[in-house]
Each structure stands twice: as structure tokens, then as C-alpha cells.
Design a protein around this ligand. Structure first.
Ligand code: DX5
Ligand code: ZN
Length: 223
């Protein structure tokens, strides 16, 4: 099984972003995860399309853009034209989720649905056949460096079962509190894209941390 590592630049040094991204790529990063926060859906603020555009000029791997914002529909085109290859939107803010997912696909990006820890899986039921990926939040979104919520493991299994029932092989991405101690268990539960911020950019050596996280993820859990 192949696992993709998606370092989240939320914990990177923003004054040295180009070098931080290159280091993660040397370590084998498959994607660069970019967290967009609006101070409304989540308490924190981050960046917008102009910075994503600059990042896309530096990054060699695809940009995985996680929109933690209200009214994401207003910004889809701006983020795709800035270089987003994958976009995740939160089910909690979207009454017309089906329309949003189609809009992302029409813009030429991969469309994913993100679920907060307290959001039940049933919220995916009617859209599961249409998504290109599902992002399971394993912390409450808004900040890097939080602790993985253990219940997320059973949620990943249940999301995998739901996607399989609907004949959709779309990958499950997991975001929040992932490090070398829990990566293998998360993969064993059914995740194939691991987002990691603090455990990669919170270290002094993002290249090595990316490599180490992949090695840990490929170990059989509990061995
Ligand atoms: C949290 C963000 C995450 C965050 C993960 O709201 O969506 O992508 O960067 O960071 P860590 O790995 O530090 O929990
Ligand atoms: Zn994220």
C-alpha cells in the first residue's frame, strides 16, 4: 500500500517558506498541505490565494489546500488558479455540498470533503460517491501542534467502509496530531494520506522528519 506524506506548512517558518518546502520535498513529501483559515470557521487566520500562488512556484509536488473558511465557494476559483491541485472543504459550512464538489471538479482540482472530529460520518452518506478524497480531522481545526484524538481511528475505519460500500476507492487523508508514534496505526485504520505539521516543521530538520514519518507509517502497527 502506498502512503502519501503531506507536510503542513502551518508549523513552518513563514519567512523561509521556500527552503522549508524544499527540505520537506528532499525528505520525500508527496504533497504540500496548505491550511487556509478565516478567523470565523476557526479562530485562527492564515493566508490567501496570493501566498498560495507564491508557494506553487516553489513546490514541485502538488498543493493540497485545506479550506477552513466560511463560504468557500467564493474562493474556489482563486485557489485553483493560484495552484491548488486538491481542495478540501468542510461539510459543516456547506448546505449545498454537492454543488461545491462539482464546482471544484469543474475547475480541474481534486475535490475532498473534510469532517471535524464531532461531525458524524452520516454527513458523508449522500456525497461519498462523488468525492475524490475524504479528510478526517483528528484534532479540532485551527491550530497546529494539538494531540491526536484517539477516537479518530475508528472513524477512519468507518469512513473507509462507507466509501467501499459506495464503490469509491477515494483515499482517506487524516489531519492533526500525527507523528511517528501513531502513524502506523492511522495507516492500518485505512488512511493513505498523512498530514503532519508540528512533527515535521516543528523539528529542526524537516527533511529528516518527513523521511522518518514515512518509515514509521510503513511499519506494521503494534510491532
Ligand atoms: C489544523 C490544520 C492542520 C495542522 C496539523 O487545523 O488543519 O493541517 O497543520 O498540524 P499538526 O500536525 O501539528 O497537528
Ligand atoms: Zn489541514
Amino acid at each position: 500500500m502506498s502512503v502519501r506524506i503531506a507536510p503542513s506548512i502551518l508549523s513552518a517558518d513563514f519567512a523561509a517558506l521556500g527552503e522549508q518546502i524544499r527540505a520537506a520535498e528532499r525528505g520525500g513529501a508527496d504533497l504540500i498541505h496548505v491550511d487556509i483559515m478565516d478567523g470565523h470557521f476557526v479562530p485562527n487566520l492564515t493566508i490567501g490565494p496570493p501566498v498560495v500562488r507564491s508557494i506553487s512556484k516553489v513546490a514541485r509536488v502538488p498543493l493540497d489546500v485545506h479550506l477552513m473558511i466560511e463560504e468557500p465557494d467564493r474562493y474556489l476559483e482563486a485557489f485553483v488558479s493560484a495552484g491548488a491541485a486538491m481542495i478540501s472543504v468542510h461539510v459543516e459550512v456547506l448546505p449545498h455540498l454537492h454543488r461545491t464538489i462539482q464546482a471544484i471538479k469543474q475547475l480541474g482540482a481534486k475535490a475532498g470533503v473534510a469532517l471535524n472530529p464531532s461531525t458524524p460520518i452520516v454527513a458523508l452518506e449522500e456525497i461519498a460517491a462523488d468525492v475524490d478524497h475524504v479528510l478526517v480531522m483528528s484534532v479540532n481545526p485551527g491550530f497546529g501542534g494539538q494531540t491526536f484524538i484517539p477516537r479518530s481511528e475508528s472513524k477512519i475505519r468507518a469512513v473507509r467502509a462507507l466509501l467501499d460500500r459506495q464503490g469509491n476507492a477515494a483515499p482517506i487523508e487524516v489531519d492533526g496530531g500525527i507523528d511517528r508514534t501513531n502513524a502506523a496505526r492511522i495507516v492500518e485504520a485505512g488512511a493513505t494520506i498523512l498530514v503532519a505539521g508540528n512533527s515535521i516543521f516543528g523539528t529542526g530538520d524537516p527533511e529528516r522528519a518527513t523521511r522518518d514519518l514515512r518509515a514509521a507509517a510503513m511499519l506494521k502497527a503494534g510491532v
